[in-house]
Design a binder for this molecule. Sequence first.
Ligand SMILES: Cc1ncc(COP(=O)(O)O)c(C=O)c1O
Length: 451
Amino acid sequence: MSAHRSRVRLDEDELHPSLRDPVLGSISFLNEVMSRYPGAVSFAPGAPNLAHLADADLSRHIETYLAHVGRTRGVGADRARRLLYEYGPTGGIINDLVAGALRADHAVAVLPDAVVVTVGAQEALLLVLRALFRAGTDELAVSSPCFVGITGAARLLDIALAPIAETPAGLDLDQLTAACARARRRGRRVRAVYVAPDYANPSGSRMSLRDRVRLLNLAERENLLVIEDNVYGFTAPVGEELPALKALDTAGRVVMVGTFAKVCLPGARVGFAVADQPVRNAAGTPRLLAADLTALKSMTTVNTSPICQAVIGGMLLEHGGSLAALGRQRAGVYHRNLALLLDALDRHVAPWAPATVRWNRPGGGFFVLMDLPVPADAALLERCATEYGVLWTPMAQFHLDGGGRHQLRLSCSYLTPELIEEGVARLARFLRSLPASESVGTNRTVEDVTR
Ligand SMILES: Cc1ncc(COP(=O)(O)O)c(C=O)c1O
């Protein structure tokens, strides 16, 4: 008979330190606030618009994909269907379609072997970081503010971050060069830089073609790898599209990460990494970095659901093998919503706003940043939700250098035109209730970001 034992209690200090990092709590904090205020208009989530999900026809997409498998691999219907019911290859089953879409949409010429299909872009980021970072002296350069998915993944893997300031034209490349030199002086090295070249989350910044080329030259000079995450490029206005870094990458320095969440379906959780860098081993056997990412994936998620891959594969096939073709259809809603949000701010807030309340005007993407005269923290968000019924995202969680404390992020992607109008009217009432002129101290402001 076993003696009664008191239940074990784990000491937080003995768990991984990332669990105490505020960045890990940021997403659940917002979900929790949203669930407590279901009647609030929420400018918080950067989720795709629900209108797009209405035209998803999962069975049709799967049948389209199965017909493609039958045609291209010469297998019968039963064999093709079984592909979806089994575990399947770790690296993915729609790699040919992803490689085809990259060629058609971005003139990125990679073979299917260089593609790893992942559980969202998030898994791709985690695998890429795990593969590229070996020593404790390696640093990952990121913009500050930065998407929490990459800073959080770096925390999980104990990878040191080198924050680089951001301007409306993206990363400050002079600061990146200085960070490489600083690391070298301390016996460290910046191993890679994470870049979101088009309408970054959260800042909305966009790199010019000239800066994209400068970044690649800098990467060559400093021997850096570039992790490109271009989730919002599809929202570029027609005629203003710029080439992906990977398309300009003649030296093979760019590892590209992508997602089908924003254009196809977020619930499918399908993304990818493109890693065509050759890896040498002592025996001289060649392989691609993609094979290493696949080996890592075999110990994380084993494989990406073949059923979900078939849905995405079918959607690509139904749009001529192009993600951009579907992206162009989707982009209309985001252009409209961004214009409505900026227009509502101009009508409801601009006429009376003090100089301490201002916002940027990105040309695409999902997000607008706003400066406040007071700290945009959890307590203020709570007050805004309770008294005015509107939610937003505090910007401090995206910063690595203590910045953004007086800033909030407004996302327009998820809302209907009516809710954008109603939400901005509520936000305006809340903003009017703030003192006009508390100092913004040393925080960077939207003007710094937009200029
Ligand atoms: C910049 C950026 N990268 C990656 C992702 C995550 O993509 P996924 O949902 O495919 O993991 C997001 C989602 O918001 C994002 O904003």
